[in-house]
Design a protein around this ligand. Structure first.
Ligand code: UDP
Length: 533
């Protein structure tokens, strides 16, 4: 990544406030790097546990000359009875903790306000994850322009929006499985309430859901981690529906800083539970596109009986695989399957198990990897797309079913595993085994071979990867959108500062204070530089 015209004096200042969940922090750290590479200074605000996980990535960016820093805000979990140190959604051992977890997140407004109040100058912009609506009040009080960052696909955002405004969710009521078609949608999309559930669309979090909608409605604009070449129709329709300026700035994982730096790749989001070098050597010894990588992301946990079916299917498939099996950390039955019942020993010549956090982008970027059995988290989906790896889709909850539809039906770079419902019903009932070992064997063969269709799928995946990377390069659509966003914020910050001048709570604007030479004109100069260099 080149730091276009980075100057010694700080210029515009962005605050980034990610949701404390891996699938939200990782792209926000990428975004911080991308914004800083265009000139502004960026501060990522998160809790101590999450700061520690991401410090190596942020330090690496700072050492590369980017003005990026991490600042810790205390996590109010213990005030609500959550254990000390529980600060990330992937630490939630029990789903009954979720309500308190989100209530604690909402309480982060107080330390955020304290932080902003102590700053010598008002920041120019706060970018908040869409699930952090509690930032809105702080921004309003200090006159800070606020953008919402969406971490799921534009497909999902538009589908949920249309289903809500056309009253489809209300019509089906409690029936989770009644099928419907998404109205007024750029493509035909059929599903049920269970597979089109929006964020915070569960009983008990109605207030939180309303806060999210309100904060989105009052935001100064939206960022979506996607690119126009792939999701332009969904991005435009969503922007129009909300009447908001919207910038598609992804896939952030395809930025050359993430793709090109081996350490940055291996340490994304957390320290891996296995040496990345060992995995790379293991993959080096395998033929091109022969290995299946399996991961269910940071949160979804398969029940032991489903893990067993998957294990038997992988064994029967006879193919090499790398399996990030985080269930082995806490689930005694899964450990027994791997150890006492000898699964790991039986497949040791062709199966590599990572019992915890895997260096996912390192794995996906290796040429030996030819398929990705994924839970279809949006980041995993973008990572598969950016690396040209066809997907075997196994969604678990939330937006994951939409990512499956996009991968299989729209982009045609995926094969379905056969999952029909979220792994847990909305009332917390485990739906049990949905994919048997025979199914696994069959769909793995289809993905990894698949005859003529398999070859065509692989070729489409490679083309899409090239488009994704091009979008992030200088002159690409996401690169351009990011520049537009920075220019827009620069103007907005200036205006907001004038509007706020009379208010006693306002802090002076950094950009205005430093004068247009160092602040706003600098961005324009950068933009000109980037066009002409
Ligand atoms: N991830 C990783 N190693 C793992 C599991 C996940 O690096 O063992 C990363 C993955 O590359 C992605 C993020 O964590 O960037 C997970 O986000 P996603 O949206 O895919 O799923 P979620 O965890 O939110 O369900």
């Amino acid at each position: 990544m080149h730091a276009v015209g980075l100057m010694a004096a700080p210029e515009m200042h962005f605050l980034l406030v990610p949701l404390v969940a891996q699938g939200h922090i990782i792209p926000m750290v990428d975004l911080a790097r991308l914004i800083a590479a265009r000139g502004p200074r960026v501060t990522i605000l998160t809790t101590p546990v999450n700061a520690a996980r991401n410090r190596p990535a942020v330090d690496a960016a700072a050492n590369a000359g980017l003005a990026v820093e991490l600042v810790e805000l205390p996590f109010p979990g213990p005030q609500l009875g959550l254990p000390e140190g529980l600060e990330n959604a992937d630490q939630m051992v029990d789903r009954t903790m979720y309500l308190k977890f989100f209530q604690a997140i909402w309480k982060m407004a107080d330390p955020l306000e304290e932080y902003v109040r102590a700053l010598p100058r008002r920041p120019d912009c706060l970018v908040a994850d869409s699930c952090n609506p509690w930032t809105a009040g702080v921004c309003a009080a200090f006159g800070i322009p606020r953008l919402v960052m969406h971490c799921p696909s534009a497909y999902f955002l538009l589908a949920v929006h249309n289903l809500s405004i056309h009253g489809v969710y209300d019509r089906v009521g409690d029936d989770e499985t009644e099928e419907f078609e998404v109205p007024d949608f750029p493509v035909r999309a059929v599903g049920s309430k269970a597979t089109f559930r929006g964020f915070f669309q569960w009983p008990g979090v109605e207030k939180e859901q309303q806060d999210v909608l309100d904060a989105e409605a009052t935001a100064d604009g939206m960022l979506i981690n996607t690119f126009r070449g792939m999701e332009g129709a969904f991005v435009d329709a969503y922007a129009k529906a909300l009447g908001k300026r919207t910038w598609a700035v992804g896939p952030t994982c395809a930025a050359s800083a993430v793709m090109g730096d081996a350490d940055a790749k291996a340490g994304r989001g957390n320290r891996a539970d296995v040496d990345a070098g060992h995995i790379v050597s293991w993959l080096d010894a395998r033929p091109q596109a022969s290995v299946l990588y399996i991961s269910f992301g940071s949160i979804a946990q398969l029940p032991a009986k489903q893990v067993e079916e998957l294990a038997r299917g992988l064994e029967a498939s006879g193919r090499p695989f790398v399996w990030a099996i985080k269930e082995a950390k806490a689930d005694v039955a899964v450990r027994a399957l791997l150890d006492d019942e000898g699964f790991e020993e039986r497949v040791k010549d062709r199966g590599l198990l990572v019992r915890g956090w895997a260096p996912q982008v390192t794995i996906l970027s290796h040429p030996a990897v030819g398929g990705f059995l994924t839970h279809c988290g949006w980041n995993a989906t973008l990572e598969a797309i950016s690396h040209g790896v066809p997907a075997l889709t196994w969604p678990n909850f939330a937006d994951q079913f939409s990512s499956e539809r996009l991968l299989v039906d729209v982009l045609r770079v995926g094969v379905r595993s056969g999952v029909k419902l979220p792994a847990m019903s909305s009332t917390g009932v485990d739906v049990g085994v949905q994919v048997t070992s025979e199914d696994v064997e069959k769909v793995v063969a289809e993905l990894m071979d698949g005859g003529t269709e398999g070859v065509a799928r692989r070729s489409r995946a490679k083309e899409l990867a090239a488009e994704a990377r091009a979008a992030m390069e200088e002159g690409g659509s996401s690169y351009t959108d990011l520049g537009d966003m920075i220019r827009y914020v620069s103007e907005l910050s200036r205006t907001r500062c004038h509007e706020k001048k009379a208010s006693s709570t306002s802090l002076p604007s950094m950009a205005t204070d430093l004068g247009s030479k160092n602040g706003h004109e600098k961005i324009e100069a950068d933009a000109a530089l980037s066009v002409h260099s």
